[in-house]
Design a protein around this ligand. Structure first.
Ligand SMILES: Cc1cc2nc3c(=O)[nH]c(=O)nc-3n(C[C@H](O)[C@H](O)[C@H](O)COP(=O)(O)OP(=O)(O)OC[C@H]3O[C@@H](n4cnc5c(N)ncnc54)[C@H](O)[C@@H]3O)c2cc1C
Length: 404
């Protein structure tokens, strides 16, 4: 466990969500003495994640995939359906994984199962210690970073990885500001059982309040992410299961037949928020501590896993070369390596989301034209699919299936 600054190779990861667990496992697998500090979540995260091909490769390489593969559902087809009812409506666009030579775009899993599989792997790594506690202060100094815990203990390390989510204490400690835009939207999440098969197809209905997206789960089950006006989301979340199932069935045009709502509903106010730097002062940010995106196109955690894989790759290499693992070189290289991937996806998703909310005819026309072109121009559609699954600018080693 990191202590007293004398251990030059130690790293601390703050936050035991999926991004923090992946960062800690990747560092420890690469031989870096790592401590993960996090609390068990007060209530289960009832989101699901569509893990894209690179994320699956990384989880396979880290020995996590065998513990969760049977809880995932393949995504072979993605449909976008314009359900805005507006004057200029876009054509339906269908993306098929086989068009770009893939068996599937990715695999959808409930976050609680993913976290369970990651935590199981984390507990079995000798280089990784897990401390169940809350971090109350993070203090960067010239050659170490000090982390104070609610229990009164203090830890020191060369590097802190901030995986502590939207309200990141690590980000504030590093003096990093964010660019943030809040949307007048809330996502309600719920899992459903249905009478008709989903055929490995995810369907995103674009409605005037935002997307209504059904994503396959194993068997005749799917997850729903319904983006609504905040008041409407709160109202729906309080309905009993039968009443809510009827409303969801109507909104889904009954494409999955009769629905049953499972227990647990999530409410997530939507925003786009990106840190102005991804690392400074011996603190590197990963996952939602670095970027929060609206749930469109299944990008958020896939970006977070690429953050985790990238910082681990840089830190493992620095340790092997005898360099300072939290030094300015690692900090600036990490910042540079994540900028294009995070920036380009943030801009695209923000524009798409705002075009749904806009009442301006030219904006609706541009969105419709974009989707029309995707529908009609095969090479463009395939290029968008390839970029959606993996950044053209290159992926970290773990995403290519290479151990660190
Ligand atoms: C409705 C919805 C659907 C989504 N669907 C997808 C999808 O299909 N695909 C995709 O890639 N992404 C998706 N996302 C995004 C994805 O869910 C998030 O990117 C991901 O869950 C964030 O993980 P994280 O580990 O960064 O943060 P979190 O899961 O928020 O974890 C942060 C952890 O840090 C801990 N923590 C915070 N402060 C402290 C402290 N001081 N001390 C100790 N611990 C602390 C918290 O307890 C928590 O466990 C979706 C998001 C939403 C809202």
């Amino acid at each position: 466990m990191p202590s007293n600054g004398s251990d030059n190779n130690a790293a601390i990861v703050v936050g035991g969500g999926p991004a923090g667990l992946t960062a800690a496992i990747s560092l420890a697998e690469g031989g870096v003495d790592t401590t993960l500090i996090g609390l068990r979540p007060a209530k289960p995260d009832n989101r699901t994640t569509a893990l894209l091909a690179g994320s699956v490769a990384a989880l396979e390489t880290l020995g996590v995939w065998p513990s969760c593969a049977d809880r995932t559902a393949r995504l072979r087809t993605m449909r976008i359906v314009d359900d805005t009812g507006r004057l200029w409506r876009a054509p339906e666009v269908k993306f098929s994984a086989d068009e770009i030579g893939l068996e599937a775009f990715g695999y959808n899993i409930e976050n609680r199962h993913l976290i369970e599989a990651l935590a199981k792997r984390a507990r079995n790594l000798p280089a990784l210690s897990i401390v169940e506690d809350e971090v109350v202060a993070v203090t960067p100094k010239s050659d170490t970073v000090t982390v104070a815990l609610r229990s009164g203990n203090t830890l020191h390390a060369r590097l802190a990885v901030g995986a502590d989510g939207r309200q990141s204490l690590c980000r504030i400690a590093a003096g990093i500001a964010t660019d943030e835009r809040r949307y007048p939207q809330t996502a309600m999440t719920v899992c459903l059982a249905h009478s008709r098969p989903h055929h490995d197809t995810s369907t995103e209905f674009h409605t005037p309040s935002g997307p209504f997206t059904l994503v396959p789960l194993p068997g005749n089950r799917s997850s729903l992410v319904w983006v609504l006006q905040p008041g409407h989301a709160d109202e729906l979340a309080t309905l009993d299961d039968i009443h809510l199932a009827t409303i969801i069935e109507q909104a889904s045009h009954s494409i999955l037949g009769k629905l049953e709502v499972e227990s647990g509903r999530g409410i997530f106010p939507l925003a786009v928020s990106v840190a102005r730097r991804f690392a400074a002062a011996r603190i590197a940010l990963v996952g939602e501590a670095a970027h929060v995106l609206p749930p469109i196109g299944a990008q958020g955690l896939n970006l977070g896993l690429r953050d985790a894989a990238t910082i681990a790759e840089l830190v493992v290499a620095a340790q092997r070369d005898g360099h300072d693992i939290g030094g300015a070189d690692v900090m600036s290289r990490y910042d540079r390596m994540r900028r294009v991937d995070v920036g380009s996806r943030t801009i695209a998703i923000d524009l798409l989301n705002r075009s749904l909310l806009s009442d301006l005819l030219p904006v609706q026309g541009a969105r419709g034209l974009g989707l029309y072109m995707l529908d009609r121009i095969g090479p463009l559609r395939r290029a968008v699919m390839r970029e959606g699954v993996a950044p053209a600018a290159g992926q970290p080693r773990l995403m290519r299936g290479e151990a660190l």
